[in-house]
Design a protein around this ligand. Structure first.
Ligand code: DPN
Ligand code: ZN
Ligand code: CA
Length: 435
């Protein structure tokens, strides 16, 4: 026996979820999932990116300008990293190429699609942070939260960021008009978010009765969060002023949220919502001053949460079912004072790994106090599950839970075992990952 180091406490952040290798994972009973809180800080970080993009590209993110292309690239790469299937659709308007970004969350019933969208272009006069960086960033963070929580709804979720809205709803109209009829009928609802952080905000929900295909179900789903937090809403008729219009014309049920543009807030509205009566909801609407300073963060926060609440309830998600399990049963000898690895290649798992990734370990060894054991994510990030504890006990077997929510699931994971003390040796018998 060698140099025996006894470290009596578990390392911080590691949860021993089950002591027996054979212990079955307990599955939570099915229930409707409440929507998670959407991080305002993350939405603001996305908005800051859009502001920088404008600042670095002549002050705007308008159709046909480099700031628009950069906006598309930014949003697309964040979605790709999270496990979305993305595509960019191009069209021509006013002699320039425009782009729509479409992102599908893998899974759900693809003949029953809930689509949500907003326009990503600004006017050429300014950076378009409220109009419509706000809706674009809120949608992005909701989409990333879907991935982070590995939401598995019954309906299929699709997100759209539209080009050339400011030239007359060009991108969204192009998208809808080019959908094959069969695909069009699979989109059962469309939610639109155009201006959700106005500096002198109102809380408007698109009226189901004020549009050809307004839907009382969509309207109620969008109102629900505001009722929960005690914020009164008003119904508004946005008519053909934003990107839901093309969907409505195609007979698709539509709804949306809006915090107001050039119209002035009445005394009654200032009474119930605060802010300034006799002043526009957004006095920088379509102006160069539509910058980060033109955002009411409370309105942005409430609307982002309301979007999530609507999507979670309308998509009829249930508790995430247990995902697939992967195992590598190949024996790997652990020579003395050496480091060995056993790989598991994960494929077909959408998005990120769960926040509670269950790592099953069966290491036979004559002295586990020698061992340092890490799980390596596909990008190489190490999660320590054992660090020379356990005194004079031998094998290391059990299920360890690591928070792998920031890791993309697909790719090659490794169990790395380092024997750090002389004399005792062993074998990796098997190990597994339960997603
Ligand atoms: N469509 C918005 C714009 O981009 O100018 C303004 C707007 C949004 C007006 C929503 C009404 C409702
Ligand atoms: Zn606009
Ligand atoms: Ca040893």
């Amino acid at each position: 026996m060698g140099n025996r180091v006894t470290i009596p406490t578990l390392s911080a952040g590691i949860v021993l979820a089950g002591l027996l290798w054979s212990a079955p994972a307990t599955a939570a009973p099915p229930e409707t999932l409440a929507a998670p809180d959407i991080s305002l800080a993350n939405v603001q970080a996305h908005l800051n990116q859009l502001q920088s993009i404008a600042t670095n590209n002549g002050g705007n993110r308008a159709h046909g300008r480099p700031g628009y292309q950069a906006s598309i690239d930014f949003i697309r790469s964040r979605l790709n990293d999270a496990g979305y299937t993305t595509s960019v659709q191009s069209f021509t308007s006013n002699g320039a190429t425009g782009f729509n970004l479409i992102a599908d969350w893998p899974g759900g019933d693809t003949s029953n699609i809930l689509m949500s969208g907003g326009h990503l272009d600004s006017v050429s006069a300014g950076p378009g942070i409220n109009d419509n960086g706000s809706g674009s960033s809120g949608l992005l963070e909701v989409a990333l939260t879907v991935a982070r929580t590995n939401f598995q709804p019954q309906r299929h979720l699709r997100f759209g960021w539209w080009g050339a809205e400011e030239l007359g709803l060009v991108g969204s109209t192009f998208y809808v008009n080019n959908l094959p009829a069969a695909e069009r009928s699979r989109i059962r609802g469309y939610l639109n978010f155009d201006m959700i952080g106005s500096p002198n905000p109102g809380y408007f929900v698109y009226s189901s009765s004020g549009q050809p295909t307004g839907s009382i179900n969509l309207q109620r789903a969008l109102e629900a969060h505001f009722a929960t937090i005690g914020v009164p809403t008003e119904l508004t008729n946005v008519g053909g002023r934003s990107d839901h219009a093309a969907f409505a014309r195609a007979g698709i049920p539509t709804g949306g949220l809006f915090t107001g543009a050039e119209v002035t807030k009445t005394a009654a509205q200032a009474q119930k919502w605060g802010g300034s009566s006799g002043v526009a909801f957004d006095r920088c609407y379509h102006r160069s001053c539509d910058t980060m300073a033109n955002i009411n963060t409370t309105a942005l926060d409430r609307n982002a949460d309301a979007i999530a609440n609507a999507i979670w309830s309308l998509a009829a998600g249930s508790t995430t079912p247990p995902g697939p399990r992967f195992e590598n049963p190949t024996d790997v000898p652990i020579p003395d004072l050496s480091t060995v690895e056993s790989p598991i290649t994960v494929s077909g798992v959408a998005g990120n790994a769960p926040a509670a990734l269950a790592v099953g370990v069966d290491i036979r060894h004559t002295f586990r106090g020698d061992l340092v054991v890490d799980v390596l994510a596909p990008d190489g990030t190490a999660y320590n599950i054992h660090n020379r504890i356990g005194g004079s006990a031998d094998n290391l077997t059990g299920t360890f839970t690591i928070n792998a929510a920031s890791e993309v699931a697909n790719g090659t994971w490794r169990l790395r075992v380092r024997d750090a003390g002389p004399q005792d040796i062993g074998t990796i018998n098997t190990w597994s990952l339960q997603f």
